[in-house]
Write a protein that binds this ligand. Structure first.
Ligand code: C2E
Ligand code: MG
Ligand code: MG
Ligand code: MG
Length: 291
């Protein structure tokens, strides 16, 4: 939400902040203080959300999602603290910490499962962060082919040339690159074919509105474009059986959402993969997040 939408109440020359703005400003200051004083290695966790194949219903990968339970102020959403961490120059160590935890989780999961890991705008223009990710991959002896790095269009656009340079380093190793939240950002289709990416993740705002015929046409057209460009396509935020059926009928093969599973701790995920929730269990034929 915007921090600066001041509902100013003009009386004479004075503008009064609304109580809610005051609260948000205080919260931001608290957030910064909490981040700066946090014991991040112990307060940060990684949850994993399955990415499933719509044909078989099997999980073929998991997305790592950051969780911060601050000793000072409690649970904070990643979308919120990642941004603050970038501003405070803490993002490099946070990303590295989350990546190491994610790799440790991946090591105890079936070899057929891939890992998708989110990179922030700052991460993808910071060579030393990419260096660290690459050396951790080697150290954990994880095949880069099992990794997808998710980046957003807006992050890419901030410093396009440096971002492309760093992304290519990961891709040259054999890792995949996914454009996250596709459709919400820049979306100039002319450059899409020239980006060093392997797949897109269509934003959940589209999946949410599949009952709108216009949105349905766009969602179908995005898949067609991906097929032409030989890009994989993952639908995000699938919450209802109707959405699942519509996407599958359109030809979508990969999806993620609460309908299948919420983000889980690794122990819970292991149970889910093998237990009764595992109508979406792992199949041998279903390795990789190929297009
Ligand atoms: P994202 O990468 O697009 O991740 C998907 C978000 O959608 C996650 O929210 C996930 O919990 C949520 N989600 C999944 N399925 C559904 C569904 O069916 N319905 C709804 N309403 N939501 C669903 P989360 O975990 O709060 O993360 C939000 C964003 O924060 C992420 O969006 C990503 O941009 C960022 N983020 C999360 N973890 C990390 C991280 O480790 N590093 C970086 N740089 N960013 C991260
Ligand atoms: Mg993501
Ligand atoms: Mg997304
Ligand atoms: Mg998102």
């Amino acid at each position: 939400y915007a921090l600066y939408d001041v509902k100013a109440d003009r009386r004479g020359d004075f503008a009064f902040f609304t109580p809610s703005l005051e609260k948000r400003l205080r919260n931001e200051t608290e957030l910064e203080a909490a981040l700066l004083s946090a014991d991040l290695p112990s307060e940060l966790q990684v949850e994993l959300q399955p990415i499933v194949s719509l044909g078989s219903g099997n999980a073929c990968g998991v997305e790592a999602l950051a969780r911060w339970n601050s000793a000072a102020i409690g649970k904070i959403e990643p979308a919120r603290f990642i941004e603050t961490a970038e501003r405070l120059n803490l993002i490099g160590s946070i990303t590295t910490n989350l990546f190491v935890k994610s790799l440790a989780h991946l090591a105890v999961l079936p070899a057929g499962l891939d890992l998708s890991f989110n990179l922030s705008a700052r991460d993808i223009v910071t060579p030393s962060t990419i260096d660290t990710l690459i050396s951790e991959l080697h150290l954990h002896q994880i095949a880069p082919q099992r990794l997808t790095f998710e980046i957003t269009e807006t992050a890419l656009m901030r410093d396009f040339d440096s971002a492309i340079t760093q992304i290519k380093r990961l891709r040259d190793l054999g890792a995949s690159i996914a454009l996250d939240d596709f459709g919400t950002g820049f979306s100039s289709l002319s450059y899409l074919s020239r980006l060093p990416i392997d797949k897109i993740k269509i934003d959940r705002s589209f999946v949410n509105n599949l009952d709108d015929p216009g949105v349905r046409k766009i969602v179908a057209a995005i898949l067609g474009m991906c097929q032409t460009l030989e890009l994989g396509c993952v639908a995000e935020g699938v919450e209802t059986p109707e959405q699942f059926l519509m996407l599958r009928a359109m030809g979508y093969s990969l999806a993620q959402g609460y309908l299948f599973a919420r983000p889980m701790q690794v122990e819970e995920l292991q149970g889910w993969l093998h237990g009764p929730g595992g109508q979406y269990g792992v199949a041998d034929s279903d390795t990789g997040l190929e297009s």
